[in-house]
Design a protein around this ligand. Structure first.
Ligand code: GDP
Length: 526
C-alpha cells in the first residue's frame, strides 16, 4: 500500500522577551492541536529521570529554559513543528541557530510592555534570514496599552506594515471578547469567574444589532469605533508582503484564557510558508528535490551522565527520510546509518518511520555530528548560514584536581561540540580558553563539569577580552600575521585561526591596520 501523502508542514519558532507568555502559548498550541510529543521526555525514563531533574534545577533556579525541544501538533490536516528557543538572552547563540531551521516565526508581545529588548534582537535575526513573522499580542485580559499604540509601535520600531486580524473588545477588567475582523465572529468569555474563552457568535458585521446584547452598550460602541479605524488605518493582509518579511499579520489574544490561540493556528495554516528552499553550496535546495538532505542546527547532550551520547537535531530539507537510511556527512565523507532516529512527528504518540521536509529528527550519536553539518543521501550539498558567534567573554578553566586534566579536555571538547561553549587552543601555552556569549553559559559549564564529568573546576580571567576569526585572500599574508602575533593567536575546534584581543580598542586598532585580513565575528563551518 502506498503511504499517504504527508500533511502540509509549518515549521516555526516563537520569539519573545522573557515573561511575555511564550510558555503559556506553547502549552495552549499543543492543547488546541492533536498529538503532543515532547523531545525532552524521550530519554527521561528510569534512572535518567533523576539526572534530568537535577539538571533541570539550574533551569528552575534561574527561571529559564536551558534545554530546548521540538514539539509537533496537528490541526485541520496540517502538521506543525514548533521549535522551542531558549528564552534567556545568554542563550541567544543557540536561539539564532534554531532560527536557521524554521520557515516562519511567531512574535509574542506582552500587551502591557510592547516590544522589549530581546524581542527586538530576535526579530533582527529573523529579518536577516527573511523569516516571516506573525505577531501575537498577548494578555489582552489584563490592563495593557492601547491596541493602536501597540500596532504603531510595531510599525515604527520594526519598520513593518501591520495587518490586525482580530480586535479586543476592551482590555483588562473591561475585556468583553475578541472580534474577528474578517470572519465577523465574536469569541466571548465563558461567564465563569475564570473568564476563559467560551462560545463564539457569528455576526453579520460590526453593525450587527446583536452586538450590544453580547458586549454591552459601551463595548459595542468602543468596538465599532476602533474596528472602523483599524480597518481603515492599517494594511490589509497581503500574503506576498508577509512572506517577503515586509508585513506582519497581528493576532490579539490571551494565551492564559484561550483567546486568539485558534486564530493564531489558523493564520499559520493559511499564510505561513511551507518548507522553504534552503541556501546551500553549490546550489540552493528546494523541498521537492528527490533525495534526502538536511542539516544539523543543534546538538544536545543526553541527560544521562553515564553515557556521552548526544542527540543531533536535523532539519530535513528535501526527500523522504526513512528509519535505517544511510546518510553521508558531507564534511567528512563518512556514511552514517541512522537506525534509531527520534521522530518528533508522532501521530497518536506512535513512533513514525518517516519524516518529510520541514520535519526535525533527532539522531543519537557519540559526538560525530556537529552543528552546521550537512547530511545527504545522494549528491553532496553544503548548507550555509549556520553561524558560530564570536564569544563576548573569554575565560581560562582552572582545574581543582590536576590528575583530571584528561577528563577536563574531553568535557570541554564535548561541550564545544554541543555549542554550549567555544573552545580555543592558544598557540603558546597549555591552558585552554573557553569562550561564551553570556555569563550563564559559564555557570552551565561548571555545573555540568561537576555533574556529568566529575571534574571540579573553576573559571579564571584570561588576558583576552574578545576574539575574531581570521581570514585573508592571500594565505601568505595570513601566515605572516599569525607569526607576528603568536601570543594572541589561538585555534578553534576546527583549527581555524582566531585573533584574541585584550580589549575592543586593540581589536579595532589591529583590524584597521591589517587591511589584507578579515576579522569576522561569525564563522560558518566550511
Ligand atoms: P515566558 O517567560 O514568555 O515563557 O512567559 P510565561 O508563559 O511563563 O508567562 C509569564 C507570566 O505571564 C505567567 O505568570 C503567566 O501565567 C502569565 N501569562 C501568560 N499569558 C497570559 C495571558 O494571556 N494573560 C495573563 N493575564 N497572564 C498571562
Amino acid at each position: 500500500m502506498a503511504s499517504p501523502a504527508p500533511n502540509a508542514r509549518r515549521t516555526f519558532a516563537i520569539i519573545s522577551h522573557p515573561d511575555a507568555g511564550k510558555t503559556t502559548l506553547t502549552e495552549k498550541l499543543l492543547l488546541f492541536g492533536g498529538a503532543i510529543h515532547l523531545a525532552g521526555e524521550v530519554k527521561a525514563r528510569g534512572q535518567n529521570r533523576r539526572a534530568r531533574s537535577d539538571w533541570m534545577k539550574i533551569e528552575q533556579q534561574r527561571g529559564i529554559s536551558v534545554t530546548s525541544s521540538v514539539m509537533t501538533f496537528e490541526r485541520g490536516g496540517v502538521t506543525y513543528n514548533l521549535l522551542d528557543t531558549p528564552g534567556h538572552e545568554d542563550f541567544s547563540e543557540d536561539t539564532y541557530r534554531t532560527l536557521t531551521a524554521v520557515d516562519s516565526a511567531v512574535m509574542v508581545i506582552d500587551a502591557a510592555r510592547g516590544i522589549e529588548a530581546q524581542t527586538r534582537k530576535l526579530f533582527e535575526v529573523c529579518r536577516l534570514r527573511d523569516v516571516p513573522i506573525i505577531t501575537f499580542i498577548n494578555k489582552v485580559d489584563r490592563e495593557g496599552r492601547d491596541p493602536f499604540a501597540l500596532l504603531d509601535e510595531i510599525a515604527d520600531v520594526l519598520a513593518l506594515d501591520v495587518a490586525p486580524l482580530n480586535w479586543p473588545v476592551g482590555q483588562g477588567g473591561q475585556f468583553r471578547g475578541l472580534y474577528d475582523l474578517r470572519k465577523h465572529t465574536l469569541l466571548l468569555p465563558d461567564g465563569t469567574d475564570t473568564r476563559a474563552a467560551g462560545r463564539t457568535e457569528q455576526l453579520s458585521g460590526i453593525d450587527d444589532e446583536r452586538l450590544t446584547g453580547l458586549v454591552g452598550d459601551e463595548g459595542a460602541e468602543l468596538l465599532r469605533e476602533q474596528a472602523e479605524l483599524a480597518l481603515g488605518g492599517y494594511a490589509t493582509l497581503d500574503p506576498d508582503l508577509y512572506r517577503a518579511g515586509a508585513l506582519t499579520p497581528v493576532v490579539f489574544g490571551s494565551a492564559l484564557k484561550d483567546f486568539g490561540v485558534a486564530d493564531l493556528i489558523d493564520a499559520l495554516a493559511q499564510y505561513a510558508p511551507p518548507p522553504r528552499t534552503q541556501p546551500a553550496i553549490p546550489a540552493a535546495v528546494t523541498p521537492d528535490r528527490a533525495d534526502v538532505t538536511g542539516f544539523i542546527f543543534k546538538v544536545q547532550a543526553n541527560m544521562n551522565p553515564q553515557h556521552r551520547d548526544r542527540i543531533a537535531f536535523m532539519r530535513i530539507c528535501s526527500g523522504k527520510f526513512r528509519r535505517g537510511m544511510k546518510l553521508k556527512q558531507v564534511s567528512t565523507g563518512k556514511a552514517i546509518a541512522i537506525n534509531s532516529p527520534i521522530f518528533f512527528f508522532a501521530q497518536d504518540r506512535e513512533i513514525a518511520d518517516e519524516a518529510y521536509p520541514g520535519d526535525i529528527i533527532g539522531i543519537p550519536n557519540h559526538g560525530v555530528l556537529r552543528v552546521g553539518d550537512s547530511l545527504v543521501e545522494g549528491e553532496a550539498v553544503t548548507f550555509t548560514g549556520i553561524p558560530n558567534f564570536a564569544p563576548e567573554i573569554l575565560r581560562r578553566v582552572r582545574l581543582g584536581d590536576p590528575t583530571k586534566s584528561k577528563q577536563l579536555r574531553t568535557a570541554l571538547t564535548d561541550m564545544a561540540e554541543e555549542g554550549v561553549t567555544q573552545l580555543f587552543r592558544p598557540l603558546i601555552g597549555a591552558q585552554w580558553i573557553v569562550g561564551v556569549v553570556g555569563q550563564l553559559q559559564l555557570e552551565v559549564l561548571i555545573s555540568r563539569l561537576e555533574a556529568e564529568y566529575k571534574v571540579d573546576a573553576g573559571i579564571e580571567p584570561s588576558p583576552f577580552d574578545t576574539a575574531r576569526w581570521l581570514s585573508a585572500e592571500d594565505p601568505k599574508k595570513l601566515q605572516t600575521f599569525i607569526e607576528q602575533h603568536r601570543p594572541a593567536i589561538a585555534e578553534d575546534r576546527d583549527g581555524a585561526p582566531v585573533f584574541m584581543a585584550r580589549d575592543q580598542w586593540e581589536l579595532n586598532y589591529t583590524a584597521q591596520r591589517e587591511t589584507a585580513l578579515k576579522f569576522t565575528a561569525t564563522r560558518e563551518r566550511a
